[in-house]
Ligand binder design. Structure first.
Ligand SMILES: [Zn+2]
Length: 151
């Protein structure tokens, strides 16, 4: 019963704010559990990223599938009434997202977009986040291991 109430409330919040705060929280706690420390105080970066890693020059966006036009079952669920209005609105959002990502790239920041629908599969999401952060580190580790076994 109380779960239903919380879900209803977060649905209303999502509608009002145009973003999924529950999804943001889930990704923040996952990232934190993986040992990455983030900041929320870099609001002047392009697109106001949800999670910022200043020393790594990396950011994570947590995108609601509906609002940001994800090509998934959840994102394709456009309301039947005022269809044109919603489609235009979502199209504008995706255009803005693209502009944001290229502005960040130009400023030498790397960005990862996490979709709301990815959150239910925590393991593969953790893999993606690990790759986003640690690709270079892991590659370095592997090559040094190989060098050691070759000797
Ligand atoms: Zn999706």
């Amino acid at each position: 019963m109380s779960n239903a109430t919380t879900e209803q409330r977060s649905r209303i919040m999502r509608a009002v704010k145009g973003r999924d705060t529950g999804a943001e929280r889930a990704v923040r706690s996952l990232v934190h559990g993986m040992g990455y420390r983030y900041s929320l105080r870099h609001k002047n970066l392009p697109g106001k990223p949800d999670i910022v890693f200043p020393s790594r020059q990396k950011v994570i966006f947590v995108h609601g599938c509906f609002w940001h036009g994800h090509k998934c079952a959840r994102g394709d669920r456009v309301p039947k009434t005022n269809r044109d209005y919603w489609q235009r609105k979502i199209f504008r959002n995706t255009e803005r997202d693209e502009a944001t990502l290229s502005a960040l790239r130009n400023a030498n920041w790397r960005a990862l977009v996490v979709w709301e629908c990815e959150i239910k599969d925590r393991d593969s999401l953790a893999d993606r986040i690990q790759k986003f952060f640690g690709a270079a580190k892991i590659a370095g580790f592997l090559s040094s291991t190989r060098a050691r076994t070759r000797v």
